[in-house]
Ligand binder design. Structure first.
Ligand SMILES: *[C@@H]1O[C@H](CO)[C@@H](O)[C@H](O)[C@H]1NC(C)=O
Ligand SMILES: *[C@@H]1O[C@H](CO)[C@@H](O)[C@H](O)[C@H]1NC(C)=O
Ligand SMILES: *[C@@H]1O[C@H](CO)[C@@H](O)[C@H](O)[C@H]1NC(C)=O
Ligand SMILES: *[C@@H]1O[C@H](CO)[C@@H](O)[C@H](O)[C@H]1NC(C)=O
Length: 159
C-alpha cells in the first residue's frame, strides 16, 4: 500500500470512528465510557494495569483506560485524568524507580493491585490501588500506601 493510500485509509477510519462519538468525547482525549459486559471490564482492567505498572507508559494508560472526569481519593492528586497523569508520569516513567506487581484481582466492576515500589522513599513502599470501573473506563481511585518502617520487627513485614 502506498503511503498516500495508507494516510487516506487511516483518515477514513478516524472519521468513521469519530462519527460514533459525541463531540465532548473527542475533545477530552481520555477513555470514552460505553456499556461493556463484566468479562470485558476485567480484561480492560488487566490491560490498563499492564500499561501503567509493567510497560509504565502512564500517558497511554490514562488516555486509553481512564475517564476524563476520574474521581481521585489520593490525598495529593487532583481531580480528573489529566491531573493524575501529570502527577504520576514522572514517578512511574522514571527507570530509577522499581515497580513490582505482587498480586491483583477484579470483581463486580472494581479492580485492585498490590505493588512494591523501590527507590521512591528510602525504604520499599507497599501500595494497594483500588479502581472502580464505569462501563469501559476507570472512573474512581482509592489507594493505601505504607513505607516499610526502619524498625519493623516482623522479618516478612509488608512483602
Ligand atoms: C507511550 O505510548 C505512546 C503510544 O505508543 C507513545 O507515543 C509514547 O512515546 C509512549 N511514551 C513513553 C514515555 O514511552
Ligand atoms: C457491587 O458494586 C456495586 C457498585 O459499586 C456496589 O453497590 C455493590 O455493593 C457491590 N456488590 C458486591 C456484592 O460487592
Ligand atoms: C458513568 O458515566 C456516566 C457518563 O459520564 C455518568 O453520567 C454516570 O454518572 C457514571 N456512573 C457512575 C456510577 O460513575
Ligand atoms: C518505630 O519507630 C517509630 C518512629 O520512630 C516509633 O514511633 C515507634 O514507636 C517504633 N516502634 C517500635 C515497635 O519500636
Amino acid at each position: 500500500m502506498k503511503i498516500t493510500q495508507l494516510l487516506v485509509s487511516v483518515l477514513a477510519s478516524t472519521l468513521t470512528a469519530a462519527a460514533w462519538l459525541a463531540p465532548g468525547d473527542i475533545s477530552s482525549g481520555y477513555c470514552v465510557i460505553h456499556r461493556v459486559p463484566e468479562w470485558e471490564q476485567r480484561k480492560l482492567f488487566f490491560d490498563f494495569t499492564k500499561e501503567f505498572y509493567v510497560t509504565r507508559n502512564v500517558s497511554e494508560a490514562f488516555k486509553l483506560y481512564v475517564a476524563d472526569d476520574y474521581i481521585q481519593h489520593n490525598p495529593f492528586e487532583g481531580q480528573g485524568a489529566a491531573a493524575s497523569e501529570q502527577y504520576l508520569a514522572p514517578i512511574f516513567e522514571d527507570p530509577a524507580i522499581g515497580v513490582t506487581v505482587l498480586r491483583q484481582g477484579f470483581d463486580n466492576g472494581t479492580g485492585w493491585i498490590h505493588t512494591r515500589i523501590d527507590g521512591y522513599a528510602s525504604l520499599p513502599v507497599a501500595i494497594v490501588d483500588i479502581f472502580r470501573f464505569n462501563g469501559s473506563c476507570v472512573q474512581e481511585h482509592w489507594d493505601v500506601i505504607e513505607e516499610l518502617p526502619a524498625n519493623a520487627t516482623n522479618p516478612i513485614a509488608l512483602f
